[in-house]
Write a protein that binds this ligand. Sequence first.
Ligand SMILES: Cc1cc2nc3c(=O)[nH]c(=O)nc-3n(C[C@H](O)[C@H](O)[C@H](O)COP(=O)(O)OP(=O)(O)OC[C@H]3O[C@@H](n4cnc5c(N)ncnc54)[C@H](O)[C@@H]3O)c2cc1C
Ligand SMILES: NC(=O)C1=CC=CN([C@@H]2O[C@H](COP(=O)(O)OP(=O)(O)OC[C@H]3O[C@@H](n4cnc5c(N)ncnc54)[C@H](O)[C@@H]3O)[C@@H](O)[C@H]2O)C1
Length: 328
Amino acid sequence: MSTPIAIIGAGVAGLSAAHALHAAGLDIQLFDKSRGSGGRMASKRSEAGVLDLGAQYFTVRDRRFAEVVAQWRQQGWVAQWSPNLYHFNRGQLSHSPDEQERWVGTPRMSAITRGLLGELPAHFTRRITEIFRSDRHWHLQDAEGETHGPFSRVLIAAPAPQAAALLGAAPKLAAAAASVQMEPTWAVALAFDTPLDTRVEGCFVQEGPLDWLARTRSKPGREDQPDTWVLHGSSAWSKQHLGLPKEDVIELLHGAFAELIGCAVPAPRFTLAHRWLYARPTQGHQWGALADGDLGIYACGDWCLSGRVEGAWLSGQEAARRLLEHLG
Ligand SMILES: Cc1cc2nc3c(=O)[nH]c(=O)nc-3n(C[C@H](O)[C@H](O)[C@H](O)COP(=O)(O)OP(=O)(O)OC[C@H]3O[C@@H](n4cnc5c(N)ncnc54)[C@H](O)[C@@H]3O)c2cc1C
Ligand SMILES: NC(=O)C1=CC=CN([C@@H]2O[C@H](COP(=O)(O)OP(=O)(O)OC[C@H]3O[C@@H](n4cnc5c(N)ncnc54)[C@H](O)[C@@H]3O)[C@@H](O)[C@H]2O)C1
């Protein structure tokens, strides 16, 4: 058996790379600090059903991604979502239909990463704190003080600030990752006993504290759920209110929602708030992935491309391609 490759991060990018490397016949091992896969495309189980707190849907622009999404559809991992779309601007809620194809995981966003993970070897609740070289191989140190290895190569698929912290052995890659600013997003979920009397199923909000809101049961595979809504704070608002207690965030975003939705909004029977510290890069890049083939260190993630699900998947593919190219 060959010395395996370590992949840090089991979000879309890490799993995209893992798949490509596994398909090429290489041994890989995934490490993630969370309890499961998905990263920012994770879904949370709650007493009000499953909630997509991060990525809400994805669009497809790249041909290679279109091909893989067609396979995911055949496997039953994704379906098209055609919400009754609105936008809110200058105090007005307006119907805003368009022709864009939008996709969601079924019956939850995390079905995609769960499918990609399959039987791949993975270690969860392992926050990697250091990557070091010894005896011509790489080793990982985790937050519990445990060491993992040896590995022939290491691929880091974490958000840019977290990747930068692990890239000490590759200063040029570390500098590139450290140059990427990522902004936070507060996400709030509200569940109502009586369905809200509105036709809105998704809304782009262009002013005030909110950026986006979606009605969960309008998404395929979630029709039987209670009437839950996911609200996202804007980057500016989320940054300004980063340290606010969750109860206050819920109260403020619930208030903003009630003001714009245009129907009576009773007290929710269930609420939840989640803070995404590194939700989105402030700008896209065209790096594809970062690589130092001599050292055997690679980095990928949405921040290397578009800051979206598609960018994350493509970046994972590019990191794997460059690794395989270096292997010859
Ligand atoms: C609120 C929100 C809404 C969004 N909406 C959309 C949308 O509608 N459409 C869209 O296309 N995109 C959306 N996005 C963006 C999309 O979710 C991301 O682009 C994509 O999921 C990023 O995937 P990734 O694999 O690059 O990173 P991540 O999903 O962040 O995966 C990185 C993984 O690395 C792990 N990790 C980090 N550091 C360590 C460490 N030291 N040790 C071990 N593991 C570590 C993390 O736990 C995580 O699982 C949204 C994001 C957020 C936060
Ligand atoms: N909140 C966060 O942290 C986010 C991190 C990363 C991405 N986020 C949002 O994801 C979607 C995905 O972008 P996309 O794939 O380019 O989607 P899109 O549907 O094409 O929308 C892009 C952008 O265009 C505007 N828009 C699109 N359709 C309409 C419409 N029918 N009416 C009005 N405006 C429309 C809107 O501003 C969209 O944001 C994207 O929403 C990221 O914000 C969140």
